[in-house]
Design a protein around this ligand. Structure first.
Ligand SMILES: *[C@@H]1O[C@H](CO)[C@@H](O)[C@H](O)[C@H]1NC(C)=O
Ligand SMILES: *[C@@H]1O[C@H](CO)[C@@H](O)[C@H](O)[C@H]1NC(C)=O
Ligand SMILES: *[C@@H]1O[C@H](CO)[C@@H](O)[C@H](O)[C@H]1NC(C)=O
Ligand SMILES: *[C@@H]1O[C@H](CO)[C@@H](O)[C@H](O)[C@H]1NC(C)=O
Length: 400
């Protein structure tokens, strides 16, 4: 067959055109989720990085998913910029707060404690998911009654939620962080900062009467080791004002070998700023029940009351630690050896709250067995999973 020169040029031009188009598509698809260390990022190769997932994300359905907040969150309207906190997902979803737009929403979020302020929607579209959201314990989430099977997804402090919405970071072994190419955050502490100028336990406490009866346990401990309480529940004015309201006072915490990180309510996976805001403090957190923390904090990084038969046994152990630097330092091993770290905020695999809801909305339903779901009785589920305790533990511990 004879090939005319003109058609050769045409094919060459077509070829260049095709290459440029493919390259443009590739450039659009290649995205950076911002949480990786550049040096660990593999070279981009055209055919390797264009995963089906990414093509689907960009072209399967160009429109971002719409997440409607039906309620406020503790009385405040959520900002539409909420997703700017979700690396790699910022343009994948949009936040809406206009309840008239419910028909165009892919997910509708209801913040539990605000449920009573708004009438529930009258209709729902078949593929729309209704999301139950609360970062607080069941008792602090309103317990507003909703119809059976109203919610499709849960987004709470519980790790068993569809989209975990927790305080603080996800602590993970450094090995895992490295294998995922995360930037490793160091929690190392200068050893001299483990030498303490004060002794005993320090705590800033503003809730003096808790469901767990934390106050009774501390009072009893105080008979056997120094327990210094600042804040609203302090015994004298000097201690009441040891830390101005709204200030973290990490330098005060640092002076004591132990600090109180016991929550007002003891529930599964319920760990708040009482731990997370003090993660850099060179002092050992004291919590109430080991089961709540054992899958959340690094091993040997905290002391749980229920490790001991009674307050005397616990106080004896704490005083032994005060006078044995080697034993005391063992609680800081995860920091000093760098064996544990935290996953970068909202990084893939460790997304939190609405970022995870957005990600789930994009998860392709390629598994036929993955069917629609709903929670028949949401409060029953929340209670069963949370296993919140009242004062049973403290009562038995004090008589132990
Ligand atoms: C409590 O603190 C005071 C003052 O620092 C100290 O003299 C005392 O020995 C401490 N008590 C215990 C039980 O450690
Ligand atoms: C101090 O603690 C270390 C480690 O737990 C232990 O091996 C050592 O015997 C302790 N020293 C004293 C004097 O109790
Ligand atoms: C689909 O989901 C079921 C149950 O969750 C699981 O056993 C199965 O391995 C999944 N299949 C695929 C192809 O992912
Ligand atoms: C959500 O729950 C409703 C009511 O139980 C149900 O009809 C619907 O199929 C569920 N949708 C999804 C996507 O799970």
């Amino acid at each position: 067959m004879r090939v005319r020169p003109a058609s050769v040029y045409r094919y060459v031009l077509l070829g260049i055109g095709a290459f440029l188009s493919i390259y443009m598509v590739y450039s659009i698809i290649g995205y950076d989720d911002g949480s990786h260390v550049p040096i660990h990022r593999p070279q981009r190769h055209l055919y390797l990085t264009v995963s089906q997932d990414r093509v689907g994300m960009r072209f399967g359905n160009l429109a971002p998913k719409r997440i409607l907040y039906w309620t406020t969150v503790f009385g405040a309207t959520v900002p539409s910029t909420m997703l700017s906190d979700c690396p790699g997902l910022t343009d994948r979803c949009v936040i809406d707060t206009n309840r008239h737009q419910i028909n165009s929403a892919d997910a509708v979020v209801f913040h539990a404690a605000d449920l009573s302020r708004f009438p529930l929607p009258i209709t729902r579209k078949p593929n729309q998911v209704f999301v139950f959201n609360s970062m607080e314990t069941p008792d602090n989430s309103g317990r507003f009654a909703v119809p059976d099977s109203f919610f499709n997804w849960t987004s709470t402090h519980l790790y068993s939620s569809d989209a975990v919405h927790k305080y603080g970071s996800f602590m993970i072994p450094t090995q895992i962080a490295e294998s995922r190419g995360f930037k490793v955050q160091s929690y190392y502490i200068q050893p001299k900062r483990l030498q303490k100028s004060k002794n005993g336990i320090f705590g800033l406490i503003s809730n003096c009467h808790t469901p767990s009866k934390r106050e009774l346990a501390l009072q009893e401990l105080g008979k056997h080791i120094n327990v210094t309480i600042g804040g609203k529940c302090a015994s004298d004015d000097r201690l009441k004002s040891i830390c101005p309201p709204g200030v973290e006072c990490l330098d005060v915490f640092e002076q004591y070998p132990f600090f109180i990180a016991i929550e007002n309510t003891v529930c599964n996976d319920y760990v708040t700023e009482k731990i997370w805001s003090r993660l850099t403090v060179p002092s050992i957190p004291i919590v109430m029940r080991r089961r709540v923390y054992k899958n959340i904090l690094p091993p040997n990084s905290f002391i749980a009351m229920d490790d001991y038969k009674n307050p005397i046994e616990m106080a004896n152990h704490l005083r032994a630690l005060e006078s044995n630097t080697t034993a005391y330092s063992e609680y800081f091993g995860w920091r000093q050896k760098g064996t544990w770290t935290s996953a970068p905020w909202n990084s893939p695999g460790y997304r939190n709250g609405v970022c995870r809801v957005c990600e789930l909305l994009w998860k392709t339903k390629d598994n036929e067995t993955e069917t629609d779901k709903s929670y028949e009785n949401i409060w029953e589920w929340f209670d069963k999973e949370s296993q919140c305790e009242k004062d049973e533990f403290v009562r038995s511990w004090l008589s132990g």
